[in-house]
Design a protein. Structure first.
Lengths: 319, 442
């Protein structure tokens, strides 16, 4: 291409740019014509996302019980939470339940992914079986596990008796209820972690392994120094999804224990439900919802930050 | 005289249907009532998904044939229906004219909010109300629930739930025991029946928070106490309350199956139906599953009894459902006719005979024709009638009933993990008192 043709092309580009940008580089007036296309989405977002939140925050400033009048009380509902033992207890239950419900499925799911990444006979069938719990309805799962946990009639105590372990009270005792519920979560959600990590494993190149094997690395060293660092971003994605899911968990706990025995497995979500829909205390329930939303956002931001750090470490390691 | 427009064909169908169920002599009282007065009207009905709700929807067509009123009914599970009711009624524009209410939870709340129409004037109108539907026919508990402080009827008492004792005759026979006559004897009997090595236990009742209040309240009333004192102050840490809590704790921790702290009625029923439990304290509605050979291992071996007398009283905790017309309804008379049909002798007999519930109306319970049609053992019906004589309201008539059940129930559950009754009840009572005070101010 000669200089003349280059000049013509540049002139054409400049003309095109001036026709779309208008004077002083501003968007031309006709772009306003796009608004009718954007408007439905804006209306939907305002109606179903923004308005409920603004309304919830407004309600959280009211003393309002259904069937009785309402009055503005400012931040009193938030202050009430600081002296509400049941709320504080449910806050700690939420954190412990979430932590266990993230760590255990990540552990089991990652191990399963490493196992299922190997080639062996029947791998496809076993993978399919492993994924099945994830497909079941939570309430149906809860009802089945409730009967399995039954101290006299449940199959779990029968299985323990076969190996000489005395019967346990599972979800029927305050001390063992949260670990027992986490067992159900782990059973149901380890497959999701496995699928995510398995995707990561299949994307790892073979060269680093070949080099490491030539250098005499053991299987453990391959796992510790190549596999785990390279799938770490995928594990963090799984952890992020699990965290958001576990902190909001409601159906399994409600269907199995309703937050009991006593309030031993009551998370913020369950307490919020009781306050709003059993006690009809809309003002206080809204204040709890706002704080709960803050908790979900905080945990999500923390997990996103950890994920970013994982990516940075990976880039740093690569550099 | 039958209602206008009732054809010969309708009459034959109705008679045949009634005859099949064995209560040919019973039919809604129709003398003088102008059932067709609101023909063509359409009313909305909101019911709890339950045997009672099912019964009304099943025979809804009979009501439409009788009155010409079209019915659009919806049913939801108990908890969800209660929530829907409160939310819709508080909106001021409910989508229904008739609603199924749970007295023990909603009475005070609904009265204070003024959500239900006064039915007293309709009951006095002979063109709207049959001669057999009179206040005196309802049991005392039913009237306590349905009337407000001014004596106005804001609902019609529909189905009552008394607490009774189910007992396993085989386990009693094995130990050569007879059914106890007092609660102290009941504790000793439970002890004698308990044999952990064989996996048998003397007693079971609900231990799960909230659900555990009804059985505990039965023990409390038998000890001469109540949830509130005469001045309306909370009395759940009184000497009687502590004594009842000790008995509750003893029965469930020493003679109850392990894990009872997490038992609702479903787990209690499962344990009892396996033949592993000697006595079970719960509502009257469990005869159908206990006598069903496809579900129960103890068919024909179940005894039914009124709760024995306690140290100070004999009591059967009573809960109940009513059917009411909303204050905002523009079709109140038509809706009232539906309520009247729902509590009629015909529908009440069906309710009792199918095991779906127990009518509040004495004339139904005492009718030999109705009694003959009851499929369950005579002892069950005797326990129902016996309980009606010692019936007491099972929960305090306050607005925050759910909070009361949750908070005091948490204290009771703590007893099952070894908590001290006096300490736990004091803690729970102190925790609930501000809620009650706030509610009474409102």
């Amino acid at each position: 291409m000669n200089e003349a043709s280059l000049g013509q092309a540049a002139a054409a580009q400049a003309a095109a740019a001036s026709s779309t940008m208008g004077k002083a580089g501003r968007p031309p007036a006709w772009t306003g014509g796009y608004w009718p296309f954007v408007l439905p989405a804006v209306v939907v977002i305002l109606a179903v996302i923004l308005f409920p939140w603004v309304f919830t925050i407004w309600m959280s400033g009211q003393e309002w019980k259904l069937g009785q009048g309402s009055s503005f009380v400012g931040l009193a509902n938030y202050w009430r939470m600081t002296g509400d033992d049941r709320f504080i207890e449910s806050f700690w239950h939420t954190l412990s339940y979430t932590a266990l419900s993230v760590i255990l499925p990540i552990l089991v799911g990652t191990i399963a992914a490493v196992v299922f990444n190997e080639r062996f006979m029947g791998r496809g069938v076993l993978r399919a079986l492993f994924v099945l719990p994830m497909m079941a309805t939570p309430v149906a799962i809860a009802l089945v596990w409730t009967m399995m946990f039954h101290p006299q009639l449940g199959v779990l105590n029968y299985l323990l008796s076969l190996v000489g372990i005395p019967p346990q009270l599972w979800v029927f005792h305050p001390g063992s209820v949260i670990p027992s519920l986490v067992l159900v979560e782990t059973w149901q959600w380890s497959p999701l972690v496995m699928l995510i990590v398995l995707g990561g494993l299949s994307s790892i190149p073979t060269e680093p392994y070949e080099s490491a094997v030539i250098d005499g690395a053991s299987r453990w060293q391959l796992l510790r120094h190549i596999t785990l660092p390279m799938v770490a971003p995928f594990i963090m994605v799984a952890a992020l999804i699990r965290t958001i899911d576990a902190v909001k968990s409601f159906d399994i706990i409600f269907a199995i224990t309703q937050g009991g025995p006593g309030t031993a497995s009551e998370t913020i979500n369950l307490y919020l439900y009781s306050v709003a829909f059993a006690y009809y205390d809309i003002g206080y329930g809204s204040a709890i919802a706002v704080i709960f939303f803050g908790l979900v956002v905080a945990l999500s931001v923390l997990m996103v930050w950890l994920r970013q750090r994982t990516q940075w470490s990976e880039a740093g390691a690569a550099a | 005289m039958f209602g206008q427009g009732l054809t010969r064909r309708d009459l034959l169908i109705g008679t045949a249907a009634a005859g099949t169920l064995g209560f040919g002599a019973i039919a809604p009282a129709r003398a003088d009532v102008n059932w067709k007065k609101f023909a063509g009207t359409e009313i909305g009905v909101n019911l709890i998904k339950s045997p009672r709700g099912d019964l009304l929807t099943k025979y809804e067509k009979e009501f439409t044939d009788l009155t010409g009123i079209k019915v659009s009914s919806e049913m939801a599970p108990e908890q969800q229906q209660r929530q829907k009711l409160v939310i819709e009624l508080s909106s001021g524009k409910p989508s229904f004219d008739v609603c199924h209410i749970s007295y023990h939870v909603q009475k005070r709340q609904f009265e204070r909010a003024g959500w239900l129409a006064d039915l007293s004037k309709f009951m006095k109108d002979p063109s709207l109300t049959g001669a057999d539907l009179v206040e005196s026919d309802f049991s005392a508990a039913g009237l306590l629930y349905a009337k407000n402080d001014k004596g106005e009827m804001h609902s019609l008492p529909w189905s009552v739930d008394y607490f009774i004792i189910y007992w396993n005759k085989d386990l009693f026979a094995k130990k050569n025991l007879t059914f106890p006559t007092t609660l102290d004897e009941l504790v000793k009997t439970a002890e004698a029946l308990t044999d952990p090595k064989e996996g048998t236990f003397g007693f079971v009742c609900r231990g799960l928070r909230n659900a555990n209040l009804p059985p505990y309240m039965n023990l409390l009333l038998a000890h001469g106490g109540d949830a509130l004192d005469a001045k309306g102050n909370l009395a759940t840490d009184s000497a009687e309350a502590i004594a009842a809590a000790k008995m509750y704790q003893t029965l469930l921790t020493k003679y109850g199956p392990p894990g009872a702290a997490g038992f609702n009625w479903m787990e209690c029923q499962a344990a009892f139906m396996q033949g592993k439990v000697g006595m079970w304290l719960d509502g009257v509605g469990f005869a159908p599953p206990l006598e069903d050979p496809t579900k129960s291992r103890i068919v024909g071996k179940v005894g039914y009894a009124v709760v024995p007398a306690g140290p100070k009283a004999q009591a059967s905790c009573t809960y109940g459902d009513g059917i009411a017309v909303t204050e905002t309804s523009t079709k109140k008379e038509a809706a009232y006719l539906y309520c009247q049909w729902a509590v009629s002798k015909l529908m009440g007999a069906r309710l009792l005979q199918t095991g779906g519930g127990v009518p509040f109306r004495n004339s139904i319970l005492n009718d030999p024709n109705v009694r003959e049609g009851v499929k369950f053992p005579p002892a069950w019906l005797d326990s129902v009638i016996g309980s009606s004589k010692v019936s007491k309201l099972g929960l305090p008539v306050i607005v925050p009933v759910a909070e009361f059940r949750d908070t005091i129930g948490t204290g009771l559950t703590a007893l099952l993990s070894g908590g001290d009754p006096a300490t736990e009840l004091k803690k729970a009572t102190d925790a609930f008192r501000p809620t009650l005070e706030r509610s009474e101010k409102g």
